[in-house]
Design a protein around this ligand. Structure first.
Ligand SMILES: NC(=O)C1=CN([C@@H]2O[C@H](COP(=O)(O)OP(=O)(O)OC[C@H]3O[C@@H](n4cnc5c(N)ncnc54)[C@H](O)[C@@H]3O)[C@@H](O)[C@H]2O)C=CC1
Ligand SMILES: O=C(O)C1=NCCCC1
Length: 350
C-alpha cells in the first residue's frame, strides 16, 4: 500500500532557543491559560482539552516520567492572527539525580510532539526542556500581571521589588523573564548553595546594567522582606518562607516547586492568609489534594473576566502545576516561526 505518511521534523534545543522571546512565550501562555477552563468546542471562544498527566515513577518518586497531552482549539497566537487548533503531547522526565552528574544535566528534560490537528499525523518533535523553563516562568509573569499589577493605577509600569527563592533552572528563567517584562527595580536572590545565586546575580548585572539593583541574600527571609513579588521554585520538603517574613501590604507569590514532597516550600500560615489561584482546577484534583488551602479559582477565568479577582486579597498565590496547553501553544508558536507557517506571530527582543 502506498503511503503519504511523512517523516516528522526534529528541532533541537538550539533551534528552539533561537526562537524563544518573552513576548512570544508570554502571549502564547496567556492564550493557553485563557483556553483552560473551557472544554467545549465553541465558535467564539478558545478551549482546551488536557486530561490529567500520567506520572510513572521510575524506581522511586525522585525519578519520574510525565506524559502531558493537550488539545487547544480555536485560539489565536496574535491579535490579527487566524484562529488555529493545536494537538501536542509533552513527554518529560524529572530525575533529581541529574544535577550530581559530571557534567551535570538538567533534572527536567522534555520533548514535545506536535501533531497535525486535522489528520493526527506527527509533524515534529522538538526539544521541550527550554520551553518548560520559559513557559513556567511565563505563567508566573501572566499571573503577576493579572493578580497583582492590575491592582495598581500604574499597572504593568509599576516599579516592583522581586525575590527569587531557588536559583536553579526555574529561578533563572523567572528572574530573566520578570526583569525583561516588568519594571523591576530590585531583585533579591537566595539559593541553598550560594554560588548559584552569585552566578545568577552576575548574569543579571551583565544583562541589565542600568537601573536594576541585584542582591544575593544569605537567608530566604532576607530576600523576601521587602519583596512585592516572590517567585519560589525548589525541591524543598519544608517551608522556606512564612508569613512573618513577608512585608506588610500587597504581596504576590508565584509558587512553582512541586518537589518530591509536594508543595511544602510555602508555609501553611501564608496559605491561611492568601487568596490562592491555580492554572488548572482539573490538575488540582489530581495533584494538589495534599495542599490545605481554599483554591479561589483559575487564573484564566480572571483574565477572561469571568472569575472574580478578590480585591481584599492583599497576599495572592499563583500555585503553578504546569499544564499541557502551555507547552502546546508555545510549541506551535516556535514551529510556526521555524517553518514560516501562521507567521503573524508576535516577536520581540529576548
Ligand atoms: N509548575 C511547573 O510548571 C513546573 C514546576 N517545576 C518544579 O520547579 C522546581 C524547580 O525545578 P528546576 O528549577 O528545574 O530544578 P533545579 O534542580 O534546576 O533547581 C532547583 C533548586 O532548588 C534548590 N533546592 C533543592 N532542594 C532544596 C531544599 N531542600 N531546600 C532549598 N533549596 C533546595 C537547589 O539548590 C536548586 O537551585 C521543582 O520542584 C520542579 O518540580 C519544574 C517545571 C515546571
Ligand atoms: O509542568 C511540567 O512540565 C512539569 N511539572 C512538574 C515537574 C516536571 C515538569
Amino acid at each position: 500500500m502506498s503511503t503519504n505518511i511523512r517523516q516528522p521534523k526534529y528541532f533541537t534545543s538550539e533551534q528552539v532557543a533561537e526562537i524563544l522571546t518573552w513576548s512570544l512565550v508570554n502571549s502564547a501562555v496567556e492564550e493557553a491559560l485563557i483556553a483552560t477552563g473551557t472544554t467545549q468546542a465553541n465558535a467564539k471562544e478558545s478551549y482546551a482539552i488536557q486530561p490529567a498527566r500520567s506520572v510513572t515513577p521510575c524506581g522511586d518518586y525522585s525519578q519520574r516520567l510525565l506524559v502531558m497531552p493537550g488539545y487547544v482549539g480555536n485560539y489565536q497566537l496574535s491579535e490579527n492572527g487566524d484562529r488555529i487548533n493545536t494537538l501536542a503531547c509533552k513527554v518529560v522526565t524529572s530525575f533529581a539525580c541529574n544535577q550530581n552528574l559530571q557534567p551535570p544535566l538538567p533534572n527536567i528534560l522534555a520533548n514535545i510532539l506536535l501533531f497535525c490537528p486535522q489528520t493526527g499525523q506527527l509533524q515534529c518533535i522538538m526539544d521541550g526542556t527550554q520551553i518548560t523553563a520559559w513557559r513556567t516562568a511565563s505563567a508566573s509573569i501572566v499571573a503577576t500581571k493579572y493578580l497583582f499589577l492590575k491592582r495598581f493605577p500604574q499597572g504593568i509600569e509599576k516599579p516592583i521589588k522581586v525575590a527569587i527563592i531557588g536559583c536553579g533552572v526555574q529561578g533563572q528563567s523567572h528572574a530573566l523573564g520578570m526583569c525583561k517584562t516588568f519594571n523591576v527595580i530590585d531583585i533579591s536572590l537566595w539559593n541553598r548553595t550560594k554560588s548559584k545565586a552569585d552566578n545568577l546575580a552576575n548574569k543579571l548585572r551583565a544583562e541589565f546594567p542600568n537601573g536594576l539593583n541585584v542582591q544575593v541574600s544569605d537567608r530566604p527571609q532576607d530576600a523576601v522582606e521587602d519583596a512585592d513579588v516572590i517567585c519560589i521554585g525548589t525541591y524543598a520538603p519544608n517551608a522556606l518562607i512564612s508569613y512573618v517574613m513577608l512585608k506588610g501590604g500587597d504581596v504576590h507569590i508565584n509558587s512553582v516547586g512541586g518537589g518530591q514532597v509536594h508543595f511544602r516550600e510555602v508555609s501553611q500560615d501564608i496559605y491561611d492568609y492568601a487568596v490562592v489561584y491555580v492554572d488548572s482546577l482539573v490538575s488540582v484534583k489530581n495533584q494538589l489534594q495534599v495542599l490545605k488551602a481554599t483554591i479561589h479559582g483559575e487564573l484564566g477565568a480572571v483574565i477572561r473576566n469571568r472569575g472574580e479577582l478578590r480585591r481584599d486579597g492583599r497576599i495572592t498565590i499563583f500555585q503553578s502545576l504546569g499544564i499541557a496547553a502551555e507547552d502546546a501553544t508555545v510549541a506551535q508558536a516556535v514551529y510556526d516561526t521555524l517553518t514560516n507557517a501562521n507567521i503573524k506571530t508576535i516577536h520581540g527582543s529576548k
